[in-house]
Ligand binder design. Structure first.
Ligand code: AQP
Length: 307
């Protein structure tokens, strides 16, 4: 069974991404799954080309360094020809009303003077990501359920109108792991694109910087609860086990985070220092994803009257 998940290179990978997603992908993923860097989705907001390229490369190295099965990884834009073709077919299967109804579009475009058209249409590209790979299950947060519903509707509609080309995917909402909060503002979740990075621990931060960020974490009730969640997530124990047990919680949390991230950081830096190896792994993941996609794309094009 194929499961598919992605991370968007809208900023550097942080502790929340790692504890909430990447680590689980590494522990529970199989060769059949698809874990990818969604660089095309990162272009739906204003972006810098150089920064996008380097974040994509860095995030891909982090995926591999986390221990995710290399065969199951890829970078979305490495399949841009296949995805672009399927995206068009799916846009011709989707109505404007369906796209405009997406809550994420409404939220992200609210109050903005200029909004990229791709912000409206990217759920269709997400459907292409899902359908191209024959995905059976898409683990998502509540906020992405509507997008998976759209992918289901498009798969069904296409299959019904032209003939069976697609597996109809199912959304699964995983048991909620700890939602890691910003250390400086625990009312917000830890966020890649936060304006202020003082409360965001990045996977590639040097140990001293991790220590400083955790030392300066807000000490309110919410701030402490967040730190105990982080500690529990790093050590695999329940948060209650830590209540008032440590004289200096922040020191303990800092050391636990540094130890948890150390192997990932070391392996990422080693991969980034070996561009040929990184390119090889990336190319081989892309080739596998392309292979798996080809017959489905061919069928979708043929059935819809294109070749
Ligand atoms: N703070 C978090 N705690 C636990 N899990 C988190 N994830 C994100 N933030 C936290 C999980 O990381 C995976 C990849 O995230 P994404 O690229 O889809 O980005 P996002 O969910 O929109 O959150 P970010 O990382 O803060 O990025 P931006 O700044 O672009 O919004 C997902 O599985 C997500 O649940």
């Amino acid at each position: 069974m194929i499961r598919l998940s992605a991370i968007t290179p809208s900023g550097q990978v942080h502790l929340g991404n790692y504890l909430g997603a990447l680590r689980t992908w590494a522990r529970e993923g199989t060769k059949d799954d698809v874990y990818f860097i969604s660089d095309l989705h990162a272009m739906t907001a204003s972006h810098n080309a150089q920064r996008l390229r380097s974040l994509t490369r860095e995030q891909f190295a982090v995926l591999i360094a986390c221990g995710i099965e290399p065969e199951s990884t890829c970078v979305q834009s490495d399949l841009i020809r296949e995805l672009g073709a399927l995206n068009w077919v799916l846009e011709c299967t989707c109505t404007y009303g369906e796209a405009a109804r997406m809550i994420q579009f409404k939220e992200k475009s609210l109050g903005r003077e200029s909004v990229r058209l791709s912000l409206l249409t990217y759920p269709v590209l997400m459907a292409a990501d899902i359908l191209l790979q024959g995905t059976a299950e898409v683990p998502v947060g509540e906020d992405q359920l509507q997008h998976v519903e759209l992918a289901r509707a498009l798969a069904r509609r296409f299959n019904h109108a032209y003939g069976d080309a697609f597996v109809v995917p199912t959304a699964v909402v995983p048991k909620v792991g700890a939602r890691i909060k910003d250390l400086a503002d625990p009312a917000r979740k830890m966020d890649k694109s936060a304006q202020n990075s003082a409360g965001v621990v990045f996977v590639l931060d040097e140990p001293d910087l991790v220590r400083r960020k955790i030392k300066r974490a807000v000490s309110s009730t919410e701030g402490i609860a967040n730190l105990t969640d982080v500690l529990a997530s790093c050590t695999g124990k329940e948060p209650e086990d830590y209540t008032s047990r440590f004289a200096d919680l922040k020191d303990v949390v800092a050391e636990a985070v540094i130890e948890e991230l150390r192997p990932v950081r070391d392996r990422t830096l080693a991969l980034l220092a070996d561009p040929a190896e990184l390119d090889r792994v990336r190319a081989s993941g892309a080739a596998r994803a392309r292979d798996r996609a080809q017959h489905r794309l061919d069928a979708a094009l043929r059935l819809s009257g294109l070749s």
